[in-house]
Design a protein around this ligand. Structure first.
Ligand code: AMP
Length: 641
């Protein structure tokens, strides 16, 4: 076992030099129904199979196994400043609710391997649904509730769910967002039709039920109040879930995860990285629609025997409908939160308020605040670190990795953080920096390269792209000529102490308030407008959101450009279109109209040059540009406003 005296360096080295022994040791952190007989099968790179022969269950590890020692301890703490609800479920109560949900899903015909799409606000029933799927071996596909019908429809078609679990509505900033009409429209748009839709009626918005398809959770729950649904023992390599993420094409990728490797990865990260201990409380402010929600609202804390807070609402909203910029800190005090996880954007929102709010509550339980999802700028890190008086731990990872790739593992050895750097490679990750063009490994400090991983990737990492092994290999593992390495599509540098600094994406993915969006998806939505001929969307630096989307559209009828009122109306229409297709998260900050877009001679859009112009930077080498006037036009549009 790892002794407390072991340095992180030695711990990391062991994970790289003796991966089987290292990961066999970590596997002891969870319960196995049947022991595995092979730790890591890497016979067919880049595919990795962890813990072959072993059988386990995520729900068992998150819920059932804690009943022996902590049945009456808090497990799920649901707090909504939108509806004023606050309810704690003990492990015993969670066990009961999950079985009711599992029985309901089974009654709707869901079997092992079937997909269940979850399109829900942050309510306890969403957690029951995820855990119930894990319990019966169904594959859950959670779609972020902020996405609209178009995004949802493409995910329904890709996941082909037997059942969709949803609700009448969510609520944001006190405003009800009806989910049911968005869902009905998505089902109308999709080729695949689910057999049933299970709906939680929060009584926030009226719902028209489709006879024979729509079922109310209230009714099914009532029929299964005493349900006993044992955990289905699953092969370690069985798929636990898929989660969609944006890439450079318009079609989102279903990131697919296994069961055993994921459970071990989370249990290990809770111990070594988050230093979370059974009986304590964890608070992640993310959403179940994102990977952080999967790993560190639901599975990670529960596997570690911790209570987890599920919070619906803004960071500045009180339980009584009034503003409260200290709501999160009130929850930290009330539930004695020891570890908290959020995103830099959320901190930047809080930064606009009175810093005294950070001192209003007793935060003595809190040991650290973890931030991830986008670059953490130094002023934001310093502000929150000074205000809270606890270490701020930046951690870098992706939907694909499932758990942090770069950070510091204070649970192994207390390691200093450096402002601006997420930290050092985590155990199990073979991180390298490669030269963009030649693919040569960069070994000197402070050289800029692409952050890549050599296989085998550690437990918890994506298995493949759902139903598309070729896309997994071609997208992620073939971007560097002559080398089979996983590309993160992020630029990075490493300093002389081995700390990495992330410098942004190498591809056309943008990061708005910690939400990852593909510019292609936004472009596809906008170019669907009948008056638009062509469009380019780029991410532009923003003080609050990190980045915002900016669109430049060419109209079919250039004469419209002369009509100020018409273009203003059109801009509004286009934004509404993006809201309807993808959701307000993807709405561009501005849509500007031009007569041509800058392209290379081979017709490739010069998004990086457009972005540079928008940010007032030098547009770089433009020797391959076809029409310099097009870029000048963008420069003029940007400086005119
Ligand atoms: P997602 O898959 O939505 O979690 O987005 C992953 C991307 O977000 C990464 O590829 C990075 O571009 C960015 N990212 C995540 N965490 C960090 C971080 N701590 N620092 C800098 N960028 C980050």
């Amino acid at each position: 076992m790892s002794s407390t005296a072991e340095t992180y360096k030695a711990f990391y080295q062991r994970s790289i030099d003796q991966p089987d022994a290292f990961w066999a040791e970590q596997a002891q952190l969870i319960d196995w129904h049947k022991p595995f007989n092979r730790v890591c099968n890497y016979d067919k790179p880049p595919f990795v199979h962890w813990y072959e022969g072993g059988q386990t269950n995520l729900c068992h590890n998150a819920v059932d196994r804690h009943l022996k020692d902590r049945a009456n301890q808090a497990a799920l703490i649901y707090v909504s400043s939108e509806t004023g609800q606050e309810k704690t479920y003990t492990f015993a109560e969670l066990h009961v609710e999950v079985q009711r949900m599992a029985a309901s899903l089974k009654a709707l015909g869901v079997q092992k391997g079937d997909r269940v799409l979850i399109y829900m606000p942050m309510i306890a029933e969403a957690a029951f649904a995820m855990l119930a799927c894990a319990r019966i071996g169904a594959i859950h596909c959670v779609v972020f509730g902020g996405f609209a019908s178009g995004s949802l429809a493409s995910r329904i078609d890709d996941a082909t769910p037997k059942v969709i679990v949803s609700a009448d509505a969510g609520s944001r900033g006190g405003k009800v967002v009806a989910y049911k009409p968005l869902l009905d429209e998505a089902i109308r748009l999709s080729r695949h039709q689910p057999e049933s839709v299970l709906l939680v009626d929060r009584k926030l918005a009226p719902m028209a039920l489709v006879a024979g398809r729509d079922q109310l959770w209230g009714d099914l729950r009532q029929q299964h109040l005493d349900a006993q649904v044992p955990c289905e023992w699953l092969d370690s390599t069985a798929i636990s879930y898929t989660i969609y993420t944006s890439g450079t094409t318009g079609k989102p990728k279903g990131v697919q995860r296994d069961t055993g490797g994921y459970a071990v990865a989370l249990a290990a990260s809770m111990k070594h990285i988050f230093d979370g201990r059974a009986g304590e409380t964890y608070f992640s402010t993310s959403d179940i629609g994102w990977v952080v929600g999967h790993s560190y609202i639901i599975y990670g804390p529960l596997i570690a025997g911790m209570a987890t807070i599920m919070y619906e609402g803004l960071p500045t909203q009180g339980m009584d409908g009034h503003a409260d910029g200290a709501i999160w800190w009130r929850l930290v005090e009330k539930y004695k939160v020891t570890a908290m996880f959020s995103a830099p954007t959320a901190v930047r929102v809080l930064k606009k308020q009175d810093p005294a709010l950070l001192k209003k509550h007793d935060l003595s339980s809190l040991r650290a605040l973890f931030l991830a999802g986008e670059p953490l700028d130094e002023p934001t890190a310093r502000w929150i670190s000074d205000g809270l008086g606890v270490p701020i731990i930046d951690n870098y990872w992706q939907t694909e990795t499932g758990w942090p790739l770069l950070t510091v593992a204070n649970g192994v050895e207390r390691t200093p953080s450096k402002f601006g750097s997420p930290g050092v490679p985590m155990y199990g990750y073979r991180v390298k920096l490669l030269h963009e063009a030649t693919g040569e490994e960069l070994t000197q400090p402070n050289e800029k390269g692409v952050v890549v991983l050599e296989g085998p990737t550690p437990p918890g990492f994506m298995q493949t792209v759902w139903q598309d092994d070729a896309r997994f290999v071609n997208t992620y593992w073939k971007s560097v000529p002559g080398k089979m390495v996983y590309s993160t599509f992020d630029w990075g540098i490493r300093d002389e102490d081995g700390y990495y600094f992330i410098l942004g994406r190498t591809d056309d993915v943008i990061n708005v308030a910690g939400h990852r969006l593909g510019t292609r998806e936004i472009e596809e939505s906008i170019s669907g407008h009948p008056l638009v001929a062509e469009v380019a969307v780029v991410g532009v630096a923003d003080a609050l959101k990190g980045q915002v989307a900016m669109a430049f559209a060419v109209l079919k009828d250039a004469s419209l450009l002369q009509d100020g009122a018409a273009t203003l109306k059109l801009e509004g229409e286009i934004m509404k279109r993006v809201d309807g297709d993808l959701g307000a998260v993807a709405r561009p900050a501005r849509v500007r109209f031009v007569t041509a877009l800058p392209k290379t001679r081979s017709g490739k859009l010069l998004r990086r040059a457009i972005q540079a112009v928008c940010e007032g930077r030098d547009a770089g080498d433009l020797t391959t540009m076809d029409d310099p006037a097009a870029l000048q036009q963008i420069r003029d549009r940007v400086s005119a406003s």
